[in-house]
Design a protein around this ligand. Structure first.
Ligand SMILES: [Zn+2]
Length: 161
């Protein structure tokens, strides 16, 4: 999927939010504070769309609550683009590149990139991104022994696993 198709698929904040919600709560919304399955959509002028109130503990939450995206002021679209760039680059994305592409400052880009990587880390407890993770290709094995005058191939075409 290229970036244009990504924008077509997620034309606005609502679409982005619904996507994040479907990933976080594939079996229905759960309160991140107490784990209750009973919650209501909050509809008042002072809260934005996607705010819910737990029927059990009465606390409010959003799809980002208690994730590395907690209390984010950035549009979800920028988060989605960050995820897109990170999973589509084989060598990782620098915060300088990210800042330019999503239109934020470099320190913000650094924090966003860090949070996305944290969500992708299976060892963390923040499983906002999980399920099947695909990677293009990977070659295992260390650096070949240095021999003068010998140029070693990299990646494809080597005998590495
Ligand atoms: Zn609750």
């Amino acid at each position: 999927m290229n970036i244009d198709r990504l924008r077509d698929r997620f034309p606005d904040e609502d679409a982005c939010r619904q996507f994040f919600e479907s990933v976080r709560w594939p079996n229905g919304r759960r309160c991140p504070h107490c784990g209750s399955c009973k919650s209501y959509i909050l509809k008042t002028l002072t809260v934005s769309a996607g705010t819910y109130e737990c029927g059990q503990c009465k606390r409010q939450f959003r799809v980002t609550t208690k994730t590395p995206m907690h209390c984010t002021k950035l549009p979800l679209w920028k988060w989605l683009q960050t995820i897109y760039y990170i999973i589509n680059s084989s060598k990782g994305v620098s915060s300088v590149f990210l800042a330019k592409w999503i239109g934020v400052t470099q320190p913000t880009a650094w924090r966003v990139g860090h949070a996305v990587r944290e969500m992708m880390d299976p060892a963390s407890n923040n499983h906002l991104l999980n399920g099947v993770v695909e990677i293009d290709q990977k070659y295992f094995g260390g650096k070949p022994k240095y021999r003068p005058g010998v140029v070693n191939k990299r990646g494809r075409g080597t005998s590495k696993q």
